[in-house]
Design a protein around this ligand. Structure first.
Ligand code: BV8
Ligand code: ZN
Length: 255
């Protein structure tokens, strides 16, 4: 089944798994969602680990760790400024919009959207209850006075400095080897749900990937949406194999 020729939708097995997934969502009092780079792929943003992925052109150790920033802040800022520039050309896709509909359908108290993505597309689509686990490309943080500013899609210099204290700014993004803020709360959201949707993530980056195990541990039903099997597939009650921009709208239509 080709991800982009739309053949996904008329696959008889798909209809059955889609029906099972709809039933799980209907039965759930609270729903939690974890998204990864795959949900933004149909908006034209590269993922990390697929063909042409971000980690193909760069080594994580060179651009996404505190040591990398200490060693060569210009290289790190070139990597992040290029991704910030890429955001100016993209829009949320049907997958993002379907999750806005799901939130509106369930209401804020029954829905939590946890994203590993730093592209801001969930908020741009209109999602309200969004937890940005790994930070945001729009925000910068001062390495001196810790001031945080949302610089939107403004073009930043290669070594941007803080307006208050003059120290170097860094992206307000969680790098590898850095702790995630507020992680305890996100675990609570995964523990409190009856249905956990895991969408467009390779499921290998922790602690985010651990949220699926937490949800499983409290007997939540797990629905995975991905182009291929991942480590999360073993934990999923249902795997909807197809592009999230096709699958999620179908899921909402039948809900
Ligand atoms: C921490 C910000 C501890 C950067 C990111 C050894 C040494 C040190 C640490 C570790 C280690 N081993 C393990 C660790 C922990 C490490 C980790 O998990 N490493 C992995 C690689 C093994 N984690 C950390 O370091 C974390 N911190 O552990 O701190 C600590 C504790 C206390 C005190 C101090 C320290 C920090 C992790 C966060 C790192 N930052 N992002 C940036 O974005 O520039 S992670 C990065 O990967 C992104 O955020 C991304 O979201 C995330 C996960 O990737 P995915 O989103 O899943 O994207 P990917 O390309 O991998 O997959 C895309 C999927 O979509 C695929 O499955 C594909 O099939 C699918 N897809 C594609 N198209 C579609 C689709 N699906 C549906 N539809 C489509 N159309
Ligand atoms: Zn400062």
């Amino acid at each position: 089944m080709n991800a982009n020729d739309g053949s996904w939708s008329n696959h008889p097995k798909t209809d059955d798994t889609l029906r099972q997934a709809v039933e799980m969502l209907r039965q759930a009092e609270r729903v939690a969602v974890l998204t990864g780079a795959g949900i933004s792929a149909e908006s034209g943003l590269p993922t990390f680990r697929g063909a042409g992925g971000l980690w193909e052109g760069h080594r994580v150790e060179d651009v996404a760790t505190p040591m990398a920033f200490h060693r060569d802040p210009s290289l790190v800022w070139r990597f992040y400024n290029a991704r910030r520039a890429g955001l100016r050309k993209v829009q949320p896709n049907a997958g993002h919009h379907a999750l806005v509909k799901l939130e509106e359908r369930l209401g804020g108290l029954r829905f939590t959207l946890i994203t590993q993505n730093v592209d801001g597309l969930h908020r741009a689509a209109g999602s309200k209850q969004v937890v940005e686990l790994h930070g945001s490309l729009a925000r910068v943080r001062c390495t001196g006075c810790w001031a945080i500013a949302d610089r939107g899609q403004e073009e930043l210099p290669e070594l941007p400095r803080c307006g208050q204290c003059g120290e170097l700014l860094r992206p307000d993004i969680v790098w590898f080897h850095e702790a995630l803020p507020g992680d305890v709360w996100n675990q609570a959201a995964a523990r409190a749900c009856q249905c956990f949707l895991v969408i467009g993530t390779s499921g290998i980056v922790y602690p985010a990937a651990g949220l699926v195990e937490l949800a499983r541990g409290v007997e939540a039903r797990v629905i995975e949406v991905n182009l291929e099997r991942t480590p999360a597939s073993d934990l999923a009650d249902v795997s909807l194999l197809g592009p999230s921009g096709h699958v999620l709208p179908r899921l909402l239509e039948q809900l």
